[in-house]
Design a protein. Sequence first.
Length: 165
Amino acid sequence: MSRAFINEDQQVDTPFVPPRADLPRGVTNYVTPQGLEALLKEKKELLARLKELNEGEEHGRMTAIKVIHIKLDMLENRIVTANVIEHKNQDMSEVRFGSKVLLQIGRSKKTRKLQIVGVDEADMKEGKIAFTSPLAKEMMNKKVGERIVLKLEQGQSVFKVLEIE
């Protein structure tokens, strides 16, 4: 069809939508039960927003609808690939996925509590780190009293496991 017959107001360029948190190819998408709830809540909110847009005014609506469809596709992929791990069913004597771990930072008296969670749940402000992170990988299978050595470009950081929940 000739471009002369296309309404340019109806053309929508594909907008840039930032990807979700990185989950390396081939890595199982582990999530906590709370993480799956958050994903499902996000999907519900996007669907509600999509319904509003479908009933709303034209201005900017098509681009917003396209953004939501892209986000829904990415989100749906995460939901269908989610492998929910119930932490309460795991051995609590070692650090596992879902564990909350109290760490002593170096030789100082400073401590930090971190929980190992899925990539979409990770939020350092809340003390939640992705199971794919270098620190989480080093923490796995450690027991109370054991040390964790995290090698960094500028040296290394040492942590001691004080508690596991």
